[in-house]
Design a protein around this ligand. Structure first.
Ligand code: 13P
Ligand code: ZN
Length: 275
């Protein structure tokens, strides 16, 4: 089944995933199979497509936590162990579709090429689906989740003084005016937990109640957006702040940062942009 030919919306969603996958690689944030992307494409699934796609469903895999608000929803996601640079040039051999079962207790795999037996969803599926579930429950407009490993953000979380949410955000906001404008609520911070676990998914979910982007200690970050570009932009913005900090330090200076008054003005500006 050629996913791209299902309809224009799905074709565009795949093109967008591919484009952002190439940015993640070019940024140097996607070593080997690092990072993963998921998009809820339920709104693009017409009855015709449903009939076609449901004919190719693979056996059901159970979810650790049932996700009733995602019952029957379809997602495009990157495969576990797949390289972002390969996803960028060929989504259909490096990514797949899943359909959550009608009772929300598990999911079915849908592959463009069913002979690819080793093509399975990203190991961070628990976090991706937990976030999508909350977005639907809350009636939010975001439909995409991007996870990547930005060197500069990981490096910051190796410095004990930035391993708490307030200190981390004070630093990120202070390094560049745009960060307060784009991410006024700051980044959520999740202390180190085992990658791919339900535990890290649960901790991440709590942070997405009040944030659009969440940093995982010594690992990377997650962001949500109405499309993959919006999610990418959030990560790119906070990574730039972290970069500026390290550039000043590498040049032998402790950066001055923006004053509280300047940050307060920028916060007002950000509220104006959002209203
Ligand atoms: P996957 O290859 O399973 O998507 O894992 C990559 C990753 O970044 C894990 O955190
Ligand atoms: Zn990761």
């Amino acid at each position: 089944m050629d996913f791209k030919s299902l309809n224009k919306n799905i074709e565009h969603a795949i093109a967008d995933i591919s484009e952002v996958a190439s940015y993640l690689w070019q940024k140097g944030w996607a070593e080997r199979n690092a990072g993963n992307i998921s998009v809820n494409i339920n709104e693009f699934i017409t009855n015709d497509i449903r009939n076609l796609v449901d004919g190719g469903l693979y056996p059901h895999s159970p979810l650790t936590t049932p996700l009733p608000a995602l019952s029957g929803h379809y997602f495009l996601l990157t495969g576990t162990g797949k390289r972002m640079r390969d996803i960028a040039r060929d989504f259909e051999h490096n990514g797949l579709m899943i359909k959550v079962s009608d009772d929300g207790s598990g999911y079915f795999l849908i592959k463009a090429d069913p002979s690819q037996e080793n093509l399975l969803p990203t190991s961070e599926l628990p976090s991706h689906l937990a976030i999508h579930h909350q977005l639907i429950k809350d009636g939010k407009r975001e439909r995409t989740v991007v996870h990547t490993h930005p060197n500069e953000l990981i490096a910051l979380t190796h410095i004990p003084e930035f391993c708490n949410q307030q200190a981390l955000n004070n630093l990120l906001w202070g390094m560049h005016p745009e960060t307060m404008v784009v991410v006024p609520e700051g980044a959520g911070f999740v202390p180190y937990l085992l990658t791919g676990s339900q535990e890290i998914a649960d901790a991440t979910l709590v942070k997405f109640r009040n944030h659009q982007v969440v940093v995982w200690e010594k690992h990377g970050c997650f962001a949500i957006g109405k499309d993959v570009f919006e999610a990418f932009d959030l990560i790119d913005t906070i990574a730039k702040s972290a970069n500026i900090y390290f550039q000043c330090r590498a040049a032998g200076y402790q950066p001055e940062g923006l004053t509280d008054d300047r940050l307060a003005d920028l916060k007002i500006l950000s509220e104006k942009f959002r209203s």
